[in-house]
Design a protein around this ligand. Structure first.
Ligand SMILES: [Zn+2]
Length: 356
């Protein structure tokens, strides 16, 4: 049978000699979604899965995999469950269409992997490239057959942020509290891996920090180690945790030109939406009521605010002269100055916060 994925029953020997920072050398061998199993000699529990590189520009998890494989092998770690690594989109990461390595979320012949984890027995209307659909179906079958207990899906942001975990509303916090201090409770994104497996096992998404930084590589490696050795510990002192809910996103309207200005410099008097340059400082901190988002001389607002796809712009954003302002006290999440990312997805999120 020709398979559309790679499935290794053990970590390939040559992969264990690659230095962590040379992880991209593996990309030619990761052109299909790739499962690497680290088998237990005596499995007593359901399996655990570490999934990464669903977004081909978010590389920390791949480096952390290479580092973790060496750790497991050198220390001869024995586990009472089967551990699986799944590296999704080496195809998109390798640098196609004259783009650099780790520069795009997916290629022009793909769609976003983290929006297509559907059960295709249901009648899914979305147009999905045949190869990706087959890949998702094969992966889902293998994950389900492994009797999964925990799945973590490790991502990066394009802006600066501290490690952040996403969990479905109402789900048990035990594992997520063991891995991160900042916890977002939100509705699952339809078609996300987290959504697909939330009813089958504990399924969480982690944003480990800004892509391409050593800091986020360290975070990802630490989280992998904690996850591998997690034994259902109770969470530590409540004081450490920051919780967010009721999240919505600020999206820049189509056809609006935007840029980031330095507040010290003269602002341009044109129809560009000039966004404050320190926007990433909003991340995981309190935004005071009537905080400035940016300046816009054009008609109306240059942004919309969406919560569960509902347009709530008038409740959250206002314009005073040419100032675009956030009305309510909120916490910022995942704000980014990466123009492509802002254009394709959102400028950032606003949430309610509770810091215990
Ligand atoms: Zn991502």
């Amino acid at each position: 049978m020709i398979t559309s994925i790679n499935n290794y029953e053990r970590i390939p020997g040559q992969w264990l000699t690659i230095e962590t920072l040379h992880a991209p050398q593996l990309l030619p061998q990761l052109q299909k979604p790739t499962i690497i199993k680290y088998a237990s000699q005596n499995p007593q529990k359901g399996s655990r899965w570490i999934v990464t590189l669903q977004h081909a520009n978010e590389s920390s998890g791949l480096y952390a995999c290479v580092d973790t494989w060496k750790y497991l092998n050198e220390k001869d770690i024995s586990l009472d469950y089967d551990l699986y690594f799944l590296i999704m989109n080496g195809y998109g990461a390798i640098g196609k269409e004259n783009s650099a390595i780790f520069s795009q979320r997916f290629t022009s012949d793909q769609i976003d992997f983290n929006r297509i984890w559907y059960d295709y027995k249901d009648n899914i209307q979305k147009k999905i490239p045949a190869i990706q659909k087959t890949q998702i179906e094969q992966l889902t079958q293998i994950i389900n057959n492994s009797n999964p207990e925990y799945i973590i899906d490790v991502h990066n942001t394009t802006g600066n942020n501290q490690p952040l975990g996403f969990i479905s509303e109402g789900k048990d916090e035990q594992l997520i509290c063991f891995l991160v201090d900042h916890i977002v409770h939100s509705n699952n994104i339809p078609g996300s891996l987290q959504d697909r497996f939330a009813h089958i096992c504990e399924s969480i998404t982690i944003e480990c920090g800004k892509t391409g930084t050593l800091a986020s590589l360290h975070v990802a490696t630490k989280i992998f180690h904690q996850f591998i050795h997690y034994k259902g510990q109770k969470k530590e002192d409540e004081k450490r945790y920051y919780r967010y809910n009721d999240i919505g996103r600020i999206v820049i309207k189509d056809n609006i030109e935007f840029n980031f200005y330095n507040g010290q410099k003269q602002k341009k008097e044109d129809n560009t939406f000039w966004i404050r340059e320190d926007i990433e400082d909003f991340n995981q901190s309190q935004i005071e009521p009537f905080s400035l988002l940016g300046h816009y001389n054009g008609p109306g607002l240059p942004v919309i605010f969406l919560k569960n796809d509902q347009d709530l712009t008038s409740s959250y954003i206002l314009k005073d002269g040419n100032k675009v302002i956030i009305k309510e006290m909120r916490y910022g999440l995942l704000f980014s100055k990466n123009k492509t990312n802002v254009q394709n997805s959102e400028l950032g999120y606003l949430a309610q916060g509770k810091f215990s």
